[in-house]
Design a protein around this ligand. Structure first.
Ligand SMILES: [Zn+2]
Length: 496
């Protein structure tokens, strides 16, 4: 059965110099670059979700100034010109980093990261050192994480993130300069740092693809499934290729296996109880101890089953169309340090009544874990058409029949591989994959990237948890860029 074998190149202190030229080449030649970070913590969850975006920015700044990036994932996607459209070569790197300045590391973060396979021994012994804040000495010139970040800016490629505001602040503070105090200054700086635009796949998932959920793994797997259906029914589909790395590099490469087909055959046979909390948020307070299934393939199966049932269709439609966003935040207890595994984005999309009244069905289950809840409701208008829905259903039915012959044993092995090690590199890959998929859906051709914004509807829009409008990455008439940034920009624009 079709299975993606995704190579993630491990970059650490003992091979950073050796791999530097290939990382640089990948960044320079790609069509877009997706980044993801793993952090030592986020600080007070409550202030990170402040209704006032300025206040939220202040809280993120304070987190970025006191915490650090533990690992950086870079996924470069290059559209291959002599192949079928939407064929990309993807090169993925996972950099293990070590911040040399003092920083806070939260116990829950350590716990979460260790549970997800993060190796602190390796981080301390093999992390690539860097300093935060403004330039000190030559760190922006040699082969360092900071100079790599400058090279990414120099390459002027579209930057892809998933729920990227926190990533952007941490990247700025750790590899670029001291964060400006003012949000307007920050966005002005960013707009100059990334002239090809910043794209957020959480925003794209919610406002372009309108999947039932938009957390990273859900959106990725959903895109992968939809793409799989397209391979049979349409000439327009996404195709991802990887480098054939030589055997000499095998010690540095971590392969991740991803089945391309759904696990629906299994779901039909046994009644697996899905964790409702995990289904909605991609995160559950019980973590690995949860008695119910956190299997995203089964969760998507369930969602797709719903799409196929007429009875449920109306509800599903409401679910998608009347968007009720309840924003909840967790008082640090057990919430993950992740910015995207919904540590701070707890959204509920539902509408129970036909009158379009918004409600939170899972309130009771969440009550035990949520200390406080703040809600901002946005009931937006109708999205999508029936014809789209019918096409989707037809495709879903077709795919279901196809997946029935999936080798069960192989599937199990694949599942374990996917659920295991949590890595910035693979998250960056998933982020890039979603973008490539959305891009294919939205435009006939992506070859005329020079002509204008690459994906105009998502251009420079960064997702804001609980808000109907994204953060616009622009330089407004009233905001000036920061002094530290202006100095750095000269370095970017000057000779390497
Ligand atoms: Zn659970």
């Amino acid at each position: 059965m079709s299975c993606l074998r995704v190579p993630v190149v491990d970059v650490q202190n003992d091979n950073f110099r050796e791999l530097w030229p290939s990382v640089l080449l990948a960044v320079k030649c790609c069509s877009f670059v997706a980044l993801d970070t793993e952090l030592s913590g986020l600080g007070a969850r409550k202030s990170l979700l402040n209704q006032c975006i300025e206040e939220r920015y202040k809280a993120i700044c304070s987190a970025a100034r006191t915490r650090s990036i533990l690992s950086l994932g870079i996924a470069c996607f290059r559209e291959i010109p002599d192949k079928a459209e939407h064929t990309y070569l993807s090169q993925i790197y996972n950099l293990t980093l070590l911040c040399m300045d003092e920083y806070v590391i939260e116990p829950q973060s350590v716990q979460f990261l260790v549970q997800h396979g993060f190796d602190f021994n390796r981080q301390y012994s093999q992390g690539i050192p860097y300093h935060k804040g403004n330039d000190k000495g030559e760190e922006s010139h040699g082969r360092s994480p900071r100079s790599l970040f400058l090279e990414i800016l120099r390459a002027q490629k579209p930057l892809i993130l998933h729920n990227g505001l926190i990533d952007l602040a941490f990247l700025y503070q750790c590899f670029y300069a001291q964060l400006p105090d003012n949000l307007g200054t920050f966005t002005a700086d960013l707009s100059e740092m990334f002239p090809a635009g910043i794209y957020d796949t959480k925003y794209a998932s919610e406002f372009e693809t309108r999947f039932v959920a938009s957390y990273l793994e859900y959106a990725y797997k959903k895109c992968k499934r939809e793409n799989c259906k397209r391979m049979d029914t349409s000439s327009k589909y996404l195709s991802i290729e990887f480098c054939n790395y030589p055997a000499s590099m095998s010690a540095h490469i971590d392969y991740r296996y991803c089945s391309l087909t759904a696990g629906s055959s299994k779901a039909d046979k046994e009644a697996v109880l899905l964790c409702e909390t995990f289904s909605a948020y991609g995160w559950c307070p019980q973590g690995q101890n949860c008695a119910q299934s956190h299997n995203i393939d089964l969760i998507i199966d369930e969602d797709e089953k719903g799409e196929n049932q007429k009875k449920r269709r109306h509800r599903r439609k409401r679910k998608q169309n009347v968007k009720a966003v309840a924003e909840v935040f967790l008082e640090q207890d057990g919430s993950p340090p992740e910015k995207q595994n919904c540590a701070i984005t707890q959204e509920l999309f539902t509408a129970e009544s036909n009158e379009g009244l918004c409600s939170i069905p899972k309130e009771n289950e969440l009550e035990s874990t949520i200390a406080t809840m703040e809600g901002e409701w946005d009931c937006s208008g109708d999205h999508g058409t029936d014809s789209e829905r019918m096409q989707e259903e037809a495709a879903a039915t077709a795919a279901k029949g196809k997946s029935a012959d999936t080798d069960q044993e192989g599937e199990e092995r694949v599942k374990r591989g996917e659920g295991g090690i949590h890595r910035a590199g693979f998250d960056a890959f998933m982020t890039g994959y979603i973008m490539a998929y959305v891009c294919m859906l939205k435009q006939g051709t992506s070859r005329d990237a020079e002509a204008g914004p690459w994906l105009p509807d998502c251009h420079n829009k960064v997702y804001l948890s609980g808000k109907a409008v994204p953060l616009q990455i622009v330089k407004s008439m009233f905001s000036k860029s920061s002094k530290a940034h202006s100095q750095k920009l000269k370095l970017v624009q000057g000779p390497a």
